[in-house]
Design a protein around this ligand. Structure first.
Ligand SMILES: Cc1ncc(C[n+]2csc(CCOP(=O)(O)OP(=O)(O)O)c2C)c(N)n1
Ligand SMILES: [Mg+2]
Length: 903
């Protein structure tokens, strides 16, 4: 059979004519090269279309390997030793999970996923994945999270993890165990990327690859030659985050990015696409987006069969069978394959007549064939100008036999019976006696053995061991607070917003010698909203190809300047992408050895609520940097309504343990917070990140009062002590009485309502009101909880007061707190306020109106502050309860209106 005949389709009406065209094409390829051939084919298609023919675009290619056998790069190395190594890792990974689940408590774990990806990873470890070394900056590998047992098993062979650690898989509390999945928070010297939340892996890897190009273009770091590998599940590709950013990778020509999708055709419950083909579907999606797609479907032992497939029947059968069928072939064995796959056409059945059922069963899928995988990886690392995706077909639970191979239940299988363990041992030639197998010993051959020497030699050649998280970055020196002098002085008569104050702080930082290069401002198409357009020109917008056009506004001061060396990451309308960039920048200290300072500024409503899981993963990865939630507050962003008004992002923020969050009111507070953040994260190297809300309401900002910095940082300081005398004269002839007193707290925009409320209390009711600025209810709660715990567990020691309690000491009266957030926000400090405490907040959906109306509606305005204060005082008998009624009438408050959170 000629090579041309391989390509004839079974339903060809004129094979002779087809042959002539194909031969002509073959001749062009030979004489003039594939590019000329491509040109001619395009011209033919174009001609047909212009002549009126409807030629639907077909984004898929035949269901065979993309790389023709004769074009494969040949796998170097010692194949037998590699198989042995892989088998040992398979065994130890399986043993670790099964042993863990024999213990009481059944801690879970997964066997099947690693068994299906093992070959892909081992080819990577033996031949491709570079660790950072003198010669190479190191690749970044995003390993599929729930296949972590395979990574632990390898690290055990490498001597990086002990048998005791393996034996305490998922037992972390006593400090000797291993975390279930990749969590840099829990294993900071080991895992680099938190990858177990499906989908985050893919988008993070794309923005990581892009950030590496950014570092390179900005001249901060040489990242040439380094690759980002992301290993993804085929089920995982259903997540919007998996596919949502793939066009960026093409646009920015991320040829440093390689996706490997392990197409084992199954997810947790069952088949990924039982009635179709996930590989074909993904091929179409990625090709359509402009990726280099490499399909690795069939193993080498299919090659001779395909070579004999003169009529294209085998190809036709491959195309016909759907993934549900392929899964059944994997689960049911050789006889079933003969009957149901080859048996469909007598000629195909004949083709395999001299093969045993065992032979048919051993026909490999591409992802389990080291040669095919090597060839695909080699092609991917060589490819330039485009990102590459490798779609590798595998079997879920490979080698698990009756315990789950290709079965729907396999994902959650964490136990294996004696029989299945013996089969596993035989299948992978594990050298332990039959009688011992069921004890599932971990195996680590002697250092002098050929397999261990090979393991070391391969990793040494590639620069060391992976994964490993090492912080090599030099800490930075935070600027002094007086860098922000202009802000600290207050705005005098000018009315500005905290957003404007923030932008000024950022501008001041961009003039700081040591820090300016490290700043990474990130926006999701809202720079103008926040008044940051001045930075477009000043520091430029990163664009790897520079600016290929004359911007429309070229002659303006703040023109839209795109630049190869630009500093701003203008991500367009993608919060998920922007926060992925923020994570890449904020973990550069661990992944690239250089501290970067990302500021991602966004609509606070589209932050945690939109991409909370990425923020959580960012926390896990010890990301450092600033998230700036702008236009925050339920009543402060007036006009925009229900979808825009954020009254809860601070609650989201409070759920992330290493997120330090503030809701400041004044420019000087913001300056103190940002300066402190820079110091804590980059100078003292604490593993924290900052969430700060800023607003678009304009008002005057006072100068920094003396001695309040510590309070700002801790979350509470006395902003305005009441000036009323502590005693007031009683009725004629009676003794002077103490002035009734309240403590008012406020944060964000509502602090100003609280200040106004204090004035009303004093002027209209003669009540002394001290006003506190609560820059962080969340930090106050955390401090309080830790003091409370310390007191609870040290009952014999002298109890310590919380910071809130200590601050309030000597400032009498009930406490009222109000914010532009749900009541739960300020309510966080209730346990630490040892007296009557009432909280006002903005529970309910937002809606459009003026600020004043909204604050009245949500009952957080000055009048409600007064009413709440009077009511507390009345409850303890310090004022007559009639005064509360009086106030309600006086301020025309709709007491009979329904609860704002119900309407
Ligand atoms: C966002 C998210 N949803 C659900 C899960 C639970 N989960 C873990 S693995 C898995 C199935 C994964 O299937 P696939 O991506 O095909 O990977 P495989 O194990 O088959 O390699 C699911 C649903 C998760 N980890 N993250
Ligand atoms: Mg899968």
């Amino acid at each position: 059979m000629s090579r041309t005949d391989e390509l004839l389709r079974p339903d060809d009406v004129d094979p002779q004519e087809t042959r002539e065209w194909l031969d002509a094409l073959a001749a062009v390829i030979e004489r003039e090269g594939p590019e000329r051939a491509h040109y001619l084919i395009d011209a033919l298609v174009d001609k047909a279309r212009r002549s009126g023919a409807y030629l639907p675009y077909n984004a898929t290619t035949a269901y065979v390997n993309t790389i023709a056998t004769q074009n494969e790069a040949q796998r170097p190395g010692d194949h037998a030793l590699e198989r042995r190594l892989k088998s040992l890792i398979r065994w130890n990974a399986m043993a670790m999970v099964v042993r863990a689940n024999r213990k009481p408590g059944s801690l879970g774990g997964h066997i099947a996923s690693y068994q299906s990806v093992a070959n892909l990873w081992e080819i990577g470890f033996n031949h491709f994945f570079h660790a950072p070394s003198e010669k190479h900056g190191g690749d970044l590998v995003y390993f599929q999270g729930h296949s972590s047992p395979g990574i632990y098993a390898r690290a055990f062979l490498e001597g990086r993890l002990s048998e005791e650690q393996l034996d305490h898989f998922r037992e972390e509390v006593d400090g000797k165990g291993l975390s279930s999945y990749p969590h840099p928070w829990l294993m900071p010297g080991f895992w680099q990327f938190a990858t177990v939340s499906m989908g985050l892996n893919a988008i993070s890897a794309i923005y990581q690859a892009r950030f590496m190009k950014y570092l390179h273009h900005r001249g901060i770091l040489e990242t040439e030659g380094r690759k980002v590998w992301a290993f993804l599940g085929d089920g995982e590709m259903d997540e919007p985050e998996s596919l949502g950013a793939i066009s960026l990778a093409v646009r920015e020509k991320l040829d440093n990015l390689i996706f490997v999708v392990n197409c084992n055709l199954q997810r947790l419950d069952g088949p990924v696409r039982g009635n179709g083909k996930i590989i074909q579907e993904l091929e179409a999606v990625f090709r359509g987006a402009g990726w280099n797609v490499i399909k690795v479907i069939w193993g080498s032992n299919f090659d001779p069969l395909l070579a004999r497939d003169d009529k294209g029947l085998l190809r036709r059968r491959m195309e016909e069978a759907v993934d549900g069928d392929y899964q059944a072939y994997a689960a049911k064995g050789g006889a079933y394959i003969r009957e149901h796959f080859f048996g469909k056409y007598p000629e195909l059945k004949e083709m395999v007549a001299d093969m045993s059922d065992e032979d048919l069963w051993r026909l490999k899928r591409g992802g389990h064939d080291p040669q095919k995988v090597y060839a695909a990886f080699a092609a991917a690392v060589e490819h330039t100008g485009q990102p590459t995706v490798i779609l590798a077909k595998t079997i879920k639970g490979y080698g698990m036999g009756e315990a789950g191979e290709g079965q729907n239940i396999t994902h959650q299988q964490k136990k294996m019976g004696e029989e299945a363990i013996q089969q596993f041992r035989d299948r992978f030639n594990i050298e332990i006696p039959e009688a011992k197998a069921d004890e599932l010993p971990f195996i680590r051959p002697d250092e002098s053995s050929s397999v261990m020497r090979y393991l070391r030699e391969r990793r040494e050649a590639l620069g060391g061991y992976l994964p490993e998280r090492t912080v090599r970055a030099e800490p930075l020196t935070a600027p002094d607070l007086d860098t922000f002098d202009a802000i600290l002085k207050g705005s005098s008569d000018r009315e500005i917003s905290t957003t404007m104050a923030f932008v000024r702080i950022l501008m001041a930082l961009s003039r700081e010698k040591e820090l300016k290069e490290r700043l990474v401002p990130i926006v999701a198409d809202e720079a103008r909203t926040f008044g940051m357009e001045g930075m477009f020109r000043q520091v430029g917008i990163y664009a790897p190809m520079g600016q290929l056009y004359e911007p429309e506004d070229r002659d303006t001061l703040a023109y839209y300047r795109e630049d190869e060396h630009g500093q701003i990451l203008q991500e367009g309308i993608t919060e998920a992408g922007s926060i992925s960039s923020w994570i890449a920048a904020g973990t550069a200290y661990a992944n690239h050895g250089v501290y970067m300072i990302p500021f991602f500024i966004f609509y606070s409503m589209f932050g945690f609520q939109r991409v909370g899981d990425l923020a959580w993963a960012g926390g896990d990865m010890r990301t450092k940097g600033f998230l700036i939630g702008a236009t925050s507050g339920r009543t402060t962003l007036n006009g925009e309504g229900l979808q825009h008004q954020d009254g809860h992002s601070h609650l989201h923020a409070s759920t992330i343990p290493d997120c330090v969050a503030y809701d400041p009111t004044y420019g000087y507070e913001l300056a103190v917070i940002i300066q402190d953040g820079l110091r804590r994260m980059y100078e003292d190297e604490e593993s924290i990140f900052y969430y700060i809300t800023v607003m678009n309401e304009n008002y005057r900002h006072p100068p920094l009062p003396e001695g309040v910095e510590e309070g700002i940082r801790k979350g509470l300081y006395l902003l305005r002590p009441s000036e009323l005398p502590a005693k007031r004269s009683g009725k004629k002839g009676s003794k002077a009485q103490p002035t009734p007193r309240v403590q008012l707290m406020g944060s964000g925009a509502i602090l100003r309502e609280v200040l106004e409320g204090a004035k009303l209390l004093e002027e209209d009711f003669g009540i002394a009101a001290d006003v506190w600025s609560a820059t962080s209810f969340t930090e106050l709660r955390r401090e309080g909880l830790s003091v409370e715990r310390r007191n609870r567990l040290h009952p014999d020691a002298k109890p310590k007061p919380s910071f809130v309690e200590a601050s309030l000491k000597g400032h009498d009266g009930p406490v009222v707190a109000a914010s532009d957030y749900m009541r739960t926000f300020a309510d966080q400090i209730r346990p630490f306020v040892p007296r009557p405490f009432s909280v006002l907040g903005t529970d309910g959906f937002g809606r459009s109106d003026t600020r004043a109306k909204l604050r009245g509606f949500f009952e957080v305005d000055r009048h409600h502050v007064v009413i709440a204060a009077l009511k507390s005082l009345a409850d303890q008998g310090d004022v007559d309860s009639k005064r509360v009624t009086e106030a309600i009438k006086m301020y025309d408050v709709a007491a009979e209106a329904p609860d704002p959170w119900t309407v």
